[in-house]
Structure formats: structure tokens, C-alpha cells
Design a protein around this ligand. Structure first.
Ligand code: PDD
Length: 290
């Protein structure tokens, strides 16, 4: 089946989607992206992702070239055209093609590119087995709250993890874990308390994290939003990661050392179930379906 993408007003085969070599996304990494999950053919927690998109765009003074309503229509049309049951809808907005000058161009039109990726999220084997994580230095800039397409530090972090046989990298700044290269980071203490770093300019405010913390509160699971060190992570009862493209994966090993029993723990397992339940209900809402 030919994958269909959206680029600047047109639906076309992904292989035919072309942008200018002078596009500022290509030349400067000057753009913003978002990733929304799709489950059973419906969007999951999409309003939260679009809110974060609008905030990120505002922080770099970039205008969305379509309305928010139109953006949702395109997301849904891509789900239909690609017959997507489960996976993600990716979107990115760049400042468009212009002569290579660092400052904002006066007359460039933003580029909007969107596509889908099929992915097994609900029944992912990694959710059952848990994943391994490697710690790396956090090499990123000081506005990690902006979902920038400039992802070189995360690319290097994920590659280092991959070369060590790990699924994810946990980035460490000043001895403190910030987050995963493309996920939010959590510990579970011996008494069942969930610990995660508070939102700030040092991390991306995860949409999955936000929804999960609300669900944890409803489920009377205690949460502490505070900084934590790598040493504390080594001695935690459990650890896990969240993102739109994984929902929640238990972490069973950090830098070659087992976390807790070395198997997915009960709190992570329960929270994944709670999130999956929420995601299924949200994806079934007619407002989130094509
Ligand atoms: N990454 N932290 C970082 C640095 C991320 O890149 C992501 C998401 C998250 C989790 O955010 P959310 O729960 O809203 O997906 C945290 C996406 C999935 C990606 O880059 O593909």
C-alpha cells in the first residue's frame, strides 16, 4: 500500500513529498513537531498535543499555516487514507524556504508536513518484557520545553543507548535525570510512590506524563514531582518511561544494573493498564475519529 503524506495543502504519496533544500527546517532545524498516538483508528489525547504544539510555535514566533480545526481534519484524513489502525500521526511545521540568513525571513511561508507511522503500541512486546536504559550526559540547549525538530543531542543519546543494547537513554544534567531521549522518566519507590521531575525549561512537558499523573491521582497512587539522581534510580523499586509512541514501558535495567527485581513492577504494570484504558476510551470518542 502506498503511504500517503500531507505537504503544504496536498495529499500525495510519501515518496513524492519534497521540500526545498533551502527550507529552514532542513538548513537550521528551525521548526516544531508533534506526535499523536492512534489506537483502534482514533486519536489519543490529541487536544493535549495540539495545545503543546501551539505553545511551542508561539515560543519561536512561528505561525501554524492552517487552523487548528483544519489540522485535525488532516490528521483524520491521513488515518483514513493510510488505513491506520494503530500507530502515530507525525506533524512538523518549519519556517519555510528562504535565502540562508539566520534571522527570520520576511516573506517565507511556513512548511507543514504530516505523515503516519503504523506501530504496535497496545500489544508491544516491550511493554511485557520491560526495556533497558543507558544513562548519557544531557547535551541539549536550555529550552527543552519547546518541541523543536533540532534533535541532534537526542539522536546521539538514542544511538549510544542502541549501541549498548538499550531501548532508551536517560539524560543526566548536574547529576540529576532530566528525561529520556524521547520519553518522560519515572521512578517508583518501595512504598509505591511515583517520582518524576517537575516540568521546567529542562524537560519537554510530556502529554502522556500529564494524563498519567491525573489518572494516578484518580487511582489514589501517590506522586512526587521532584528532582532525582541517577543513584536514586539505581536503588528504586521500579522505573518506567512514557511517550505517545509507547504509552508506558517498564524499565528493568539501568546501565547494566537491574531495577528492583529486574522485571516489570506492579505499579508500572497497573499504570500502563490504567493509561491503556484511558487511551481506548479517548480513541473511541466520535470527536477523535475520522
Ligand atoms: N517524543 N520527552 C522528550 C524529550 C520527548 O521527545 C517526548 C516525546 C517525551 C514524551 O512526550 P509525550 O508523552 O507527549 O509523547 C518526553 C516523541 C514521541 C517523539 O519524539 O517521537
Amino acid at each position: 500500500m502506498t503511504r500517503i503524506a500531507y505537504l503544504d495543502g496536498a495529499f500525495l504519496p510519501l515518496a513524492d513529498a519534497r521540500v526545498s533544500a533551502l527550507d529552514r527546517g532542513f538548513v537550521f532545524g528551525d521548526g516544531i513537531y508533534e506526535v499523536s498516538a492512534v489506537l483502534d483508528g482514533g486519536l489519543v489525547d490529541n487536544a493535549s498535543h495540539l495545545d503543546r504544539l501551539m505553545r511551542s510555535l508561539g515560543e519561536i514566533s512561528l505561525a501554524l499555516p492552517v487552523t487548528r480545526e483544519r489540522l485535525i481534519e488532516i490528521q483524520k484524513e491521513l488515518i483514513v487514507r493510510n488505513d491506520l489502525a494503530e500507530g502515530v500521526v507525525y506533524l512538523q511545521v518549519t519556517r519555510g524556504a528562504a535565502e540562508r540568513e539566520f534571522g527570520f525571513p520576511k516573506d517565507a511561508t511556513p512548511t507543514l508536513f504530516m505523515c503516519t507511522q503504523a506501530k504496535n503500541i497496545a500489544a508491544s512486546p516491550s511493554a511485557a518484557t520491560g526495556v533497558k536504559v543507558k544513562s548519557v550526559p544531557d547535551l541539549r540547549w536550555q529550552r527543552c520545553d519547546i518541541k523543536s525538530i533540532s534533535l541532534l543531542a537526542q539522536v546521539l543519546a538514542k544511538q549510544a543507548a542502541s549501541e549498548a543494547g538499550c531501548f532508551e537513554a536517560w539524560m543526566v544534567r548536574d547529576g540529576l535525570v532530566t528525561e529520556g531521549s524521547s520519553s518522560s522518566a519515572f521512578l517508583v519507590l518501595a512504598d509505591g510512590t511515583v517520582v518524576t521531575r517537575p516540568n521546567s525549561n529542562a524537560v519537554l512537558p510530556g502529554c502522556t506524563r500529564k494524563a498519567l499523573l491525573a489518572l494516578a491521582a484518580e487511582g489514589a497512587i501517590r506522586v512526587e514531582e521532584r528532582l532525582f539522581t541517577l543513584d536514586e534510580a539505581f536503588t528504586a523499586a521500579e522505573a518506567f518511561m512514557t511517550s505517545a509512541s509507547t504509552f508506558l514501558y517498564p524499565i528493568v535495567e539501568l546501565d547494566g544494573r537491574p531495577i528492583g527485581t529486574g522485571r516489570p513492577g506492579p505499579v508500572a504494570t497497573r499504570l500502563r493498564e490504567i493509561y491503556l484504558d484511558f487511551a481506548r476510551r479517548d480513541a473511541a470518542d466520535p470527536a477523535n475519529r475520522p
